[in-house]
Ligand binder design. Structure first.
Ligand SMILES: [Zn+2]
Ligand SMILES: [Zn+2]
Ligand SMILES: [Zn+2]
Ligand SMILES: [Zn+2]
Length: 315
């Protein structure tokens, strides 16, 4: 298909669906392997156990990282990454991190702190067009009223740490109710950012990619190039078809997928795969195992396909 070099084609558009909020549909047909969408994070934080191995800004692996000499906690590949991260969040974090050294607060606290700070800086947006990509975090689904007791406890703990951080910074803590909304939004919209070996190295929020709905038999997958998210088709897709990814490991049995989807994303998946699989589940445990290995095989095939298309289709 003809795509002008100067104006990149929008491969997906936002539509409002009656049942599950907003979703993305393809604007044309695309062959599998095609890069459908690229997105940069709204906010992200490198995992605590990856500090010193990956750059805190670009999230690339690097053997010659240099530590911030003030806090001695974050590290960067070069001056440019350091400067960009200073503007992004580290200007606010550095002092608090230094104060806490060598016991810094966990990355999830940092991530929430970044989001709250960023939310406060963003101009208020009264317009939330249901058929547009979101521009601020307030536009994302939150489901904060459906949080489990465990998640509520997590939030209470987070709140205690945040109170200290705001105190040290000489700042006023935002309303706990608005913090809870963000906590909920981060939980059900967060992406695990993975390295080349598909190991999680950071958590991030991607506003555009968060419009993607779930399927246990998705037509797309998300891959990462440092902090940049890429959405790639793993099937040939048609114009108007809904663009989907899997929120959970599809090699897990349906019962486990359902439990995770309910707890973290607050919905029941009614896809063909779930229904067929659950209907076929007998009391016999061997059946479960057999199914599991069959699903795992499918997933491995998908991964192999994505691998080969990554090589074939680079933009
Ligand atoms: Zn392509
Ligand atoms: Zn870097
Ligand atoms: Zn620092
Ligand atoms: Zn399903």
């Amino acid at each position: 298909m003809a795509v002008s070099a100067s104006m990149p084609m929008q491969c997906v558009r936002v539509v409002k669906s009656a049942t599950c909020g907003r979703s993305l549909v393809f604007t044309s047909e695309f062959a599998r392997g095609h890069c459908i969408l690229e997105d940069l994070p709204y906010a992200y934080t490198l995992h605590d156990n990856k500090k010193g191995l990956f750059c805190d800004f670009c999230l690339k692996q690097c053997s010659t990282l240099k530590k911030c000499t003030r806090c001695n906690y974050v590290s960067y590949c070069n001056k440019s990454c350091q400067q960009e991260d200073w503007a992004r969040c580290h200007k606010q974090d550095c002092k608090t991190l230094k104060r806490l050294h060598p016991m810094p607060y966990p990355y999830l606290v940092q991530l929430h702190y970044h989001i709250f700070q960023k939310q406060r800086r963003s101009p208020p947006c009264t317009q939330d067009d249901e058929d547009c990509f979101p521009t601020i975090i307030d536009h994302l689904e939150s489901h904060h009223d459906k949080l489990s007791d465990t998640r509520r406890d997590e939030f209470e703990t987070l709140l205690i740490v945040l109170k200290h951080i705001y105190n040290w910074a000489g700042d006023v803590l935002p309303e706990p109710s608005s913090l809870l909304k963000i906590f909920g939004a981060t939980l059900c919209n967060g992406f695990s950012i993975m390295d080349d070996d598909l190991i999680g190295i950071a958590d991030g929020i991607y506003l555009r990619a968060s419009m993607l709905n779930h399927s246990c038999d998705p037509n797309c997958v998300v891959v990462f190039d440092g902090r940049k998210l890429q959405l790639r088709a793993i099937k040939d897709v048609r114009e108007g078809e809904e663009c989907t990814i899997s929120y959970v490991d599809v090699s897990e049995p349906a019962k486990e997928r359902q439990a995770e989807l309910k707890e973290r994303y607050h919905f029941t998946c009614k896809c063909v795969k779930c229904i067929e699989e659950i209907n076929s589940l007998g009391p016999d445990d061997d059946l479960d195992k057999e199914l599991r290995s069959r699903l795992k095989k499918t997933w491995e095939q998908i991964e192999v396909e994505v691998e080969s298309h990554n090589i074939l289709c680079r933009h």
